[in-house]
Design a protein around this ligand. Structure first.
Ligand SMILES: Cc1ncc(COP(=O)(O)O)c(C=O)c1O
Length: 459
């Protein structure tokens, strides 16, 4: 660990003793002291007291501009008045029934009007809906294999937890990456049914289809891979996947858990003009309540109607989440709010680029809808293997440095990205940029000492 990073961590520890204490206590009862492995990091995570609009406060009382926003869930920002009102009303009317109610049709209508699907079923999490999407694709094709991309994240079920973050020594041939389990407990038989290809490389995908003729049920991907910062699909890549899947009788699943609400009005399929067979949604559509959905054309969803594919769930369409979802689509994901977020996003990205150029940092900024990211890499990444090269200690210096200056620039981990909420203000973005302007010369200095070359920020 380099000296400047050590100093930033020392400042973090001085500012946050109550988080340290809370973490120490939690570790006794909760593995890693956190409820999801993604939330744990050294020396310890911040413990939160409260959130409001675009800001949060930790248990020591420090205030932060929040661009973590629960791993991008809160495009609505914290406690958006429309979500609060909808949820409060729902709480008074009974939270969950295990029986149908009219909001199911209402929310399905909202979803079908924005995304290219005819029918929808609901769940609570992204993991759940990508699991059902994979099963549906297997049922629709009578095939067992799923093709996913190295570095792609689709949740925690066995099929999804393959080659999410394989180590450099495990990955194998760049064109034909190994299927690497994301931890113990994933059956070997499952691994045999998950083949992995390289993102932005149609040849790699074609080779998988040639290797396994008539065996691949579907390709699942995030149209913009957001588990490696932000990795944009290169021109023709999504269209190529559409063509390959159609030609091979497979389905195309767009995992729009992140992009569905935050990229644009109609999600990535609308933004890129490529129509998948199945779409999965979660995170931002619930406005902070657990809500997921998967949809497809009628013929595919009819597998459920005809009792050929089973789908259920006790908490499906609980009224609290459904109310929040309806408020989200009707009152938060409006054209005006997309325009507000786009304006702030441009202001933030342009501001970062100016600072990067000024201090000659070998880095670039990418943004897509409400998301954006500082990539500490000299050229645009195209796949997981590029992302593996990112200077992790320099990124830590960035993250702790920003936190010490009152800004959570994104969730911890260099595979994430920032989210701008509809409640963020110009003042929030200015505070974010002021913190980065203060920090950036130190980042550039350390980077140059470590041998990286500045190539210009204009990407
Ligand atoms: C693209 C994508 N799919 C699926 C998931 C899983 O969602 P959840 O954490 O709600 O299970 C995530 C979570 O980060 C995600 O980013």
């Amino acid at each position: 660990m380099h000296d400047t990073l050590k100093k930033e961590i020392a400042v973090y520890e001085r500012r946050t003793p109550k988080s340290a204490q809370a973490h120490k206590r939690a570790e006794q009862r909760v593995p890693l002291g956190v409820a999801s492995n993604y939330r744990g990091y050294d020396p310890y995570p911040l413990f939160v007291r409260q959130g409001k609009a675009g800001r949060i406060w930790d248990v020591d009382g420090n205030e932060y501009v929040d661009h973590n926003l629960c791993f991008g869930v809160l495009m609505a920002g914290h406690s958006h008045p429309a979500i609060v009102a909808a949820v409060e009303k729902a709480l008074q009317m009974g939270t969950t029934f295990g029986m149908p109610h009219e909001m199911e049709w209402e929310l399905a209508e909202e979803i079908c009007s924005r995304y290219p699907v005819d029918m929808v079923r609901f769940g609570s999490t992204g993991t759940e809906v990508t699991m059902h999407a994979c099963r549906l694709a297997r049922a629709a094709t009578g095939r067992d294999m799923i093709l996913k991309f190295e570095g792609g994240y689709h949740g925690l079920h066995d099929t999804a937890l393959v080659s999410v973050k394989p180590k450099a020594e495990e990955v194998g041939d760049p064109k034909l990456p190994n299927s690497v389990p994301g931890g113990l407990g994933i059956p070997k038989k499952t691994l045999e049914n998950v083949v992995v290809a390289a993102f932005n490389d149609l040849d790699s995908v074609e080779r998988r289809f040639r290797e396994h003729p008539h065996q691949i049920a579907a390709i699942i991907l995030e149209p913009i891979m957001m588990n490696v910062g932000i990795c944009m699909p290169q021109a023709g890549f999504l269209e190529g996947l559409r063509e390959i899947t159609t030609r091979n009788g497979s389905l195309l699943i767009f995992d729009e858990v992140k992009t569905g609400a935050k990229l644009a009005w109609g999600g990535a399929s609308d933004y890129f003009g490529v129509k998948p067979d199945i779409i999965t949604l979660a995170k931002a559509i619930g406005g902070g309540m657990p809500l997921g959905a998967f949809g497809a054309r009628r013929a595919v969803m009819d597998l459920i109607s005809e009792h050929k594919v089973f789908h259920g769930g006790t908490y499906n369409t609980n009224r609290v989440s459904m109310s929040a979802g309806l408020a989200m689509f009707r009152e938060v994901l409006t054209a005006e709010n997309y325009a507000h977020v786009a304006r702030l996003s441009k202001k933030l990205s342009d501001g970062y680029r100016k600072i990067i150029d000024k201090v000659e940092l070998a880095a670039y900024v990418t943004s897509a809808g409400a998301n954006g990211v500082l990539m500490l890499y000299p050229k645009e990444i195209r796949n997981y293997r590029d992302w593996l090269e990112i200077d992790q200690d320099l990124w830590r210096q960035y993250w702790f440095g920003m936190v010490n200056r009152g800004v959570l620039p994104q969730p911890f981990w260099w595979d994430e990205q920032w989210t701008i909420s509809v409640q963020h203000t110009d003042a929030d973005i200015e505070k974010h940029l002021a913190a980065f302007a203060d920090l950036a010369p130190g980042l550039a200095k350390v980077q140059h000492e470590r041998g990286a070359q500045f190539i210009g920020a204009a990407h």
